[in-house]
Design a protein around this ligand. Sequence first.
Ligand SMILES: Cc1ncc(COP(=O)(O)O)c(C=O)c1O
Length: 400
Amino acid sequence: MAFLADSLARVKPSATIAVTNKARELKAAGKDVIGLGAGEPDFDTPDHIKAAAKAAIDAGETKYTAVDGMPELKAAICEKFARENGLTYTPSQITVSTGGKQVLYNALMATMNPGDEVLIPAPYWVSYPDMVLLAGGEPVAIDTSIDTDFKITPELLDAAITPKTKWLIFNSPSNPSGAGYTREELKGLTDVLMKHPHVWVMTDDMYEHIVYPPFEFATPAQVEPGLYDRTLTCNGVSKAYAMTGWRIGYAGGPEALIKAMGKIQSQSTSNPCSISQHAALAALTGPQDYIAESRVAFQRRRDLVVSMLNQATGLKCPTPEGAFYVYPDLSALIGKTAPSGKVIETDEDFANELLEVEGVAVVFGAAFGASPCFRVSYATSDKTLEEACSRIQRFCGSLK
Ligand SMILES: Cc1ncc(COP(=O)(O)O)c(C=O)c1O
């Protein structure tokens, strides 16, 4: 009898963590390494949010709370959905978990039966397919390319739906491409979904607030109210308020689904950290200045990185609408030889050689299901980004 669960064999370790570890090892060995792998804002959590957490500790808010979120936080989330997304939810339609990650995981655990298919546009956030596998379902990638700026089209979506499709996981702006769907593009997709009433939508709106004008964020149930009864609208404070370590995510959706997700949480982790819930309450109800300030910095960095990478020999880098990632295509460099004699056959070869030669850590595209590409996170200082992009230019120019 095997000791470890068979389901684990279906899941692979996170490639983004592997890259981070390798960069850390090289750094420890004294190499000058620039890490462009981070999946979190480089800014500090705003002071008023930290103050709310300290006040919560002093007030003794250090006990269990309701399993899927304190009533006052749920009320604030309802207000947020109404104010920012035009969506009406009641507190019984809201769940709060330990990060956006647990929200998605609970939803999959609550709904997957063997054979159920989950559509995942590629490139995708690394955790989606593995979470589906852990929950016993079948991830089905919808491939895209740079030709559609890494977005799916209504035709691609329609062709991927089968009688076994249970969910579409939708993520705009996207990790890793930064691509954001306009309201019109989204309407094209929701029109297809309206023809297939058995397909539900799990929309991961984590990067809602990191978007650059003139792009405006929209979410599926807002664009097509007819989808409201089969949409789980997922969000969180991690990226919007530089709160990745606090671990608070939330979702609004049909009450029966929310209840089922709460059941899983009640038998696994119980409530998310009480202090973090108070911090999230302050984030959602307090001053929103941080969002606009960080957006200006991120947009400046996006423009810098896109411009410098497009000047690198053989790279094509679309200008993303949001998040803090770019996803350049390196097709023109496949088959070229590095000065070390190494032939670049895959995007993983490219990323490994770039790290060895120039000390720049990026994540290769195969990890996100779309090759040959790589992901750059620009959640770091302008100066560091300039240096990193100069090194990438030099490396690309050295390939023959
Ligand atoms: C697209 C996407 N969804 C969800 C998450 C998870 O967020 P959290 O840190 O709140 O669990 C991330 C984090 O990297 C992400 O990029």
